[in-house]
Ligand binder design. Sequence first.
Ligand code: FAD
Length: 456
Amino acid sequence: MTASRDSAAIERLRASHRGPVLAPAEPGYEEARKVWNGMIDRRPGIIAQATGVADVVAAVNFAREQGLNVAVRGGGHSAAGNGVCDDNLVVDLRHMKGIHVDPATRRARVQGGVTLGEMDRETQVHGLAVPAGTNSTTGVAGLTLGGGLGWLMGSYGLTIDNLLSCEVVTADGRVLTASHAENPDLFWALRGGGGNFGVVTSFEFQAHRVGPMLVGGIIVHPVSEARQVFSFWNDFRATCPDELTLFAVIAGAPDGSGNIISALAGAYSGSIEEGEKAVRPLKEFGQPLMDAMGPLPFVALQSMLDEGFQPGMLVYWKAEFLRELTPAAIDAIVEIGEKMPSPLSAVVLEDMHGAVRRVAPDATAYGQRDATTNMAVISAWTDPAESDKNIAWAREVMKVAEPYKTGGTYMNYFGVDDQGEERVRQALGANYDRLREVKRRYDPTNMFRFNQNIAP
Ligand code: FAD
């Protein structure tokens, strides 16, 4: 059945749902079906915009009764467009913005539609932060369910390493708590296994004392120095403390000039004094075009890259983990990386270090605890006439990097091409088979299939 054609059924859902229920051609529908990646153009049969857990239960029960599958939209940032589907039903959590922080226990309870910036705003009132990603507009939900890497990961691990419990609506319409004490199999799977197991209506996190000021930012070098910048980064990270998380980048210049630059971006999650000491070698390296690394508010750090990642751009995103970065690997990646056809694009090397790698590989579902270097190629442009050359460039970077790949990948960095069981196995590694058992238990009909899908 195509949900959009059955108006009587939609009226029944409306009667049990407090938030807007949008069908094609209705006001708000066109806006609601948009996601961050402008390449994605899907037309759901129904978009149910939940205002609370009861709405989510109503929508999931409705989908089951009508034989529909469900896409879940948290922040809409999936580059693969997994927050929206054709025909079926979207449970859209964008109105579920509740956040409660308990400063005594340093715990934060966050609903499924909250973005990182919204969470930081509330936690920072108490001088706290939940380790999460590097762009304030990303959804907490999708980021957490796939792992969650960001500026605080060296000290505190991935976002899932700070997750205490979830409230989940499963395919049979039950509302479950998942934690170490309750439904521990589900809790394990939710920490890295993606949106396969139900709709997570809220997350409970352990927050940490961070900010309000810390040392971080970006140091920009000419693209002609990219080899030296990547080599320096690669050597430096071997000695850098957990508190300092540092990425190396080739990207369009932050001044919007259209020039391509190379850069070091990072943050130190400790005192200002120690942070300034830790970043001194970065500031003394080479002859930067711009040095914007120093004390800044945590919330400014968390949004410093937002400008470059505007919603609606056309994006072809690829990512792989790399083995040891030899000089030959750096040469090869830089040579093709600096030829990016669009200044909206980026090649990012992320150092997976410290607390992230001290968690046992099977302690959570996240499948890449051993990986040290994540390479993301974010090819972005605005003119559809330029799609072919921008996609070809990203594929070329990945081809050149082929000999240096580990074979593992990060599920949250899936792009439009990343489909099928083999790709999901590459992300989840040895945890895949156990995840499939959990999937069978909680979603045997694969109602939640618009994701990095683990077929039951
Ligand atoms: P959505 O598109 O809404 O959802 C993504 C997936 O999660 C879908 O499969 C969806 O079904 C599922 N899902 C969402 N909400 C729920 C829920 N409540 N219950 C069950 N399933 C749900 N990742 C990092 O780790 N670190 C970063 O620093 C980082 N930076 C990024 C910056 C940008 C600009 C972008 C576009 C992405 C970035 N990512 C980063 C990747 C990001 O983690 C993923 O795109 C993630 O899926 C986004 O979550 P979302 O809720 O915004 O996305």
